[in-house]
Design a protein. Structure first.
Length: 185
């Protein structure tokens, strides 16, 4: 695995996921507001060692294999302050996922993190398209995709921690991203 870079925005530092991050994930992640619209694979109630098992046995091996890229989202002016996580996946129909602790919602942090992660996907990894699934009821996540200029391309059945629900697939091509990133400069 090539060394995953630390990514910096105006307000955030995205640091590559490390095993040591499992303790802060365990503290912030097991919250109904965070997990309810995630894929049913996420165990609920979240086990006491859920973050350690996920980071050690799933995320880090996938990073080492070059199939996934995971970052912790931290405040730029306080690297000890963790807000959540954002990831990229080499999976058809599922290329990006994220979560943010509720106390950080509504401040534009995820939009900011997504901008730099999208750049990594399209410029560093040279991917032609990004597709992101989301639960139909997840309005906040939908607003991030709409703000980015993504298009809704499919709706199908899904199974989430909160139960069965439709899943929307949002898409942006590399050409779309290049056009929007050039226009915003």
């Amino acid at each position: 695995m090539d060394c995953l870079p630390t990514l910096i925005t105006d307000r955030l530092v995205l640091t590559p996921l490390q095993l040591e991050d499992s303790s802060i994930i365990q503290e912030l992640f097991p919250c109904w507001e965070v997990v309810r619209y995630l894929d049913r694979r996420v165990p609920w109630p979240y086990p006491e060692d859920g973050a350690l098992i996920y980071v050690r046995d799933i995320a880090l091996p996938a990073m080492a294999a070059g199939r996934e890229w995971h970052w912790m989202i931290r405040m730029r002016n306080d690297a000890g302050c963790t807000l959540g996580s954002i990831s990229l996946y080499d999976q058809p129909g599922n290329n990006r996922g994220f979560w943010l602790a509720p106390q950080w919602w509504g401040k534009g942090y995820m939009r900011e993190a997504c901008r730099i992660i999208n750049r990594y996907w399209f410029e560093t990894l040279s991917r032609p398209v990004m597709q992101v699934p989301k639960a139909i009821a997840n309005n906040a996540s939908r607003k991030v995709s709409e703000h980015e200029g993504m298009r809704l391309v499919d709706v199908r059945a899904g199974d989430f921690v909160c139960g069965p629900m439709g899943v929307e697939i949002w898409e942006m091509t590399r050409a779309d991203w290049l056009e929007s990133s050039t226009a915003s400069r």
